[in-house]
Design a protein around this ligand. Structure first.
Ligand code: ZN
Ligand code: ZN
Ligand code: FE
Length: 761
């Protein structure tokens, strides 16, 4: 039979992931001739031989692609044979305007792990072992195309053995840019914190383990930044770390173990959680503590869950392999809400008050990246913080977009750049309230623009006039003469969940969160809307109440409780509350409420959760964002079916949700000494009933069946579960988040998509 030729084009994450050697081996096994090469738009294969072999090749590319690759599409065009006589890997071509998605950092692969632990291997115990299927990528890349001289590995010249692996298409390290060994690659050093003196030791890693076991706190440089570590079962060390980190008293620390068996000794792990822990991105997964959990209570006080990850770099594996270490605390090496510390110098300066020792290395981190945080909800992922292992993977949309820069919100800041059908969502950046974070934001933005070749022609921002992000958007718009589009915060939330699910139609949107600037200048947050990607109409909201002290009411839930109590009782608020909140403070804040001084109006659902949490005595002030609401969720009784009731009042075509009767019933229950666990459930059930109730009313008038849920409140899985089951029972289709966080981390994505639709109309 006559030979045929075919051009096979593959798009997606196909470079720097071992794609060409994979094609090379496959083509040879089918006796095909031709070549494979990288181009700026993907991988192109010229294959010649029998047609059935070419078709088999294409099939196998689809089914056996290397673990880190992500094929978006493959096209095949047949043509007459050119008469090639062998198969080769051709040199890369780069075209100026084209760009490619890049791989995120990936945890150590099974092959590298087995080499790391086999004493006969030349990389036995080498803390930077990696290959084409694993290791650092995004955090070490300075520019594209992805070549060693454009990464922070450019200072390390490969030794002959490493070079040989790198040059051999059959080798697992063929073109593995961070390839290294003891001879030629980076190494670790241990320093004393105060003296900044190197600790002389033949094996700094073994020394570190022995110091950890003695109760010391050690700053450890990892993949995307520094962690602060101590033994998680050591009550004294954990308390000391908390004290030194000046951490909000009870904010949970993440912990790390080196295998699932160890994790099962302190948390329950179901099948989906296990595969999430073992996935390439190796995130922190929220797992339920066992009742006899041996991890120090100080790690996550008042929390049913622990944030747990598996060791994801060879260095972490070496540190955790000790059978006597069940888990290490591995918390971000930064002060709260500031960006992650990534450089050796910076770290030794900033973390010297916290860490006793520093375990550092000389492979620079170009772009810092936090650990991702996620959980399993009804067998599917529910992302909480999207960072390492995910950034900079784009969200792939089934429509094309102009080039947009969306600045996001403020807390849990991210930005989003769009081009073609990609939305490049940045990793979690942090709280944009401080200038250090804004600097990091700007640096990361330049980097994303460079590596993905995006030149925005539209800027999108939140309506909030005082966000640093909004001001920065204005600056960008002015300096580059670009139009700016303002997107209402809760519309952006709904936009994010629609974008994530690739839905482009009118839906019923429920956006519940803490704070978002409303179109009427009030603080919104308990919002029901009929929304599409280009517009929204607010159809219902939680009734406005004063938020005494503005932002201060977020940190002190008792202020919000007082606001509701005043509305309910006027000057006859039950004494027990006044006594609890403090006589002086109460009268001061009551004045604010009465005189409307520094008392902005809010319809925030997050604030209502806070107020309820405080009323039943859980928490009057918080140490970290949403703590009162989180602790309210923790105590809810999963079996309780009863619910309080919200009143719904129609006012000029708008439904106003009146919570006072609900609060009155709740206070009756407090007086009857009903358990806080039951009260919490009845409140959660009431919110779930409310959503169904409004959805039913909207379906009556708008004929909409899809209900999109977004905003930080939907991280509450007790609530989410009940809302979804109620909606499904009544024939609604709930649209929820999975890969994009429901909190403000997703807002920039929503802004970008909405801005594109608005400007294309
Ligand atoms: Zn590997
Ligand atoms: Zn080497
Ligand atoms: Fe929000």
């Amino acid at each position: 039979m006559k030979n045929e030729g075919a051009k096979i084009s593959i798009r997606g994450i196909v470079q720097g992931v071992g794609f060409r050697p994979f094609i090379y081996r496959l083509a040879k096994s089918f006796n095909l001739y031709g070549w494979v090469k990288n181009t700026s738009s993907g991988v192109i294969v010229e294959a010649e031989g029998q047609k059935k072999d070419i078709l088999n090749l294409v099939e196998r590319i689809k089914t056996e692609a290397p673990p880190l690759s992500k094929i978006e599409n493959i096209t095949v065009e047949f043509h007459p044979s050119n008469g090639y006589t062998y198969f080769e890997i051709k040199k890369s071509l780069t075209e100026v305007e084209k760009f490619l998605p890049l791989s995120p950092d990936i945890k150590i692969c099974p092959e590298c792990l087995s080499e790391l632990t086999s004493s006969s291997n030349r990389r036995y115990r080498y803390p930077f072992i990696n290959c084409t299927n694993c290791g650092p990528r995004f955090t070490i890349i300075k520019d594209i195309p992805y070549d060693r001289n454009k990464t922070t590995m450019h200072n390390f010249k490969m030794c002959p053995l490493c070079q040989k692996e790198y040059d051999d298409p059959i080798n697992r390290r063929y073109h593995a840019q961070p390839n290294a060994c003891f001879e030629c690659g980076p190494s670790v050093k241990l320093f004393e914190s105060n003296a900044q003196k190197e600790v002389s030791s033949k094996d700094p890693i073994k020394k570190t383990i022995s110091l950890l076991k003695k109760g010391y706190i050690i700053a450890i440089k990892g993949l995307g930044g520094f962690h602060l570590a101590c033994i998680a079962t050591d009550v004294k060390a954990v308390a000391e770390l908390r004290r030194r980190k000046k951490r909000e008293k009870s904010k949970p620390f993440a912990i790390m173990s080196n295998n699932i068996e160890k994790i099962r000794k302190y948390c329950s792990v179901n099948q989906e959680e296990e595969s999430m822990l073992l996935s390439h991105s190796s995130p922190i997964v929220l797992l339920e503590k066992l009742s006899n959990c041996p991890i120090s209570k100080e790690v996550a006080p008042g929390n049913k869950y622990l944030g747990v990850m598996l060791s994801y770099t060879p260095l972490h594996h070496l540190l955790l392999a000790d059978p006597h270490i069940l888990a290490l605390i591995m918390t971000s090496g930064n002060f709260s809400d500031e960006p992650l510390t990534k450089d050796n110098k910076e770290a030794t300066k900033e973390l010297s008050d916290i860490a006793d020792y520093f375990l550092i290395h000389n492979r620079d981190i170009h772009i810092s990246c936090d650990d991702s945080v996620t959980r399993i909800f009804e067998k599917k992922e529910l992302m909480i913080r999207r960072a390492r292992g995910h950034a900079p993977c784009p969200i792939i949309l089934n429509y094309k977009l102009p080039q947009i820069f969306a600045v996001g919100a403020e807390l849990k800041s991210t930005f989003c750049l769009t081009k073609e059908n990609y939305a490049f969502l940045s990793q979690h950046i942090g709280n944009l309230k401080n200038l250090e974070t804004l600097e990091y934001f700007k640096k990361l933005l330049l980097h994303f623009k460079k590596i993905f070749k995006v030149t925005p022609n539209i800027v999108a921002a939140d309506l909030h006039p005082n966000y640093l992000s909004t001001n920065f958007a204005k600056e960008c718009s002015r300096d580059n003469n670009l139009p700016i589009v303002y997107i209402q915060h809760h519309h952006a939330h709904i936009g994010a969940v629609l974008a994530e699910n690739n839905i482009d139609e009118e839906v019923f949107g429920v956006a519940f969160d803490g704070i978002g600037y409303g179109e009427d200048g009030n603080i919104w947050g308990g919002e029901f809307m009929v929304a599409s990607l280009s517009s929204f109409k607010r159809v219902a909201h939680l009734k406005y109440f004063g938020m005494p002290g503005g932002d201060k009411a977020t940190l002190e839930p008792w202020r919000m409780s007082l606001s509701y109590l005043y509305a309910l009782y006027g000057d006859t608020i039950p004494r027990e509350f006044i006594e609890r909140f403090g006589e002086k403070e109460t009268s001061f804040v009551l004045e604010m409420i009465k005189k409307r001084i520094n008392c902005p109006l809010t319809s925030s659902m997050g604030r209502l959760f806070d107020a309820v949490s405080c009323l039943i005595g859980i928490r009057e002030k918080i140490d970290y964002e949403a703590q009162a609401a989180i602790e309210l969720e923790m105590i809810a009784d999963p079996l309780e079916k009863n619910a309080y009731r919200f009143n719904i009042i129609e006012k000029e075509g708008l439904l106003i949700i009146e919570p006072l009767t609900m609060i009155e019933e709740l206070i009756n229950d407090i007086e009857k000494k009903v358990s806080t666990s039951l009260i919490s459930s009845k409140f959660h059930n009431a919110v779930a009933d409310l959503i169904l109730n409004i959805a039913n009313k909207i379906r009556g008038s708008f004929k909409i069946n899809k209900v999109a849920l977004s905003g930080g409140v939907f991280q509450n899985i007790y609530l989410l579960k009940r809302v979804i089951s109620r909606l499904k029972d009544c024939g609604f289709i709930p649209i929820i988040h999975s890969k994009i966080p429901p909190n403000d981390g997703g807002v920039s994505l929503g802004q970008a998509i909405i801005a594109s639709k608005k400007t294309m109309e």
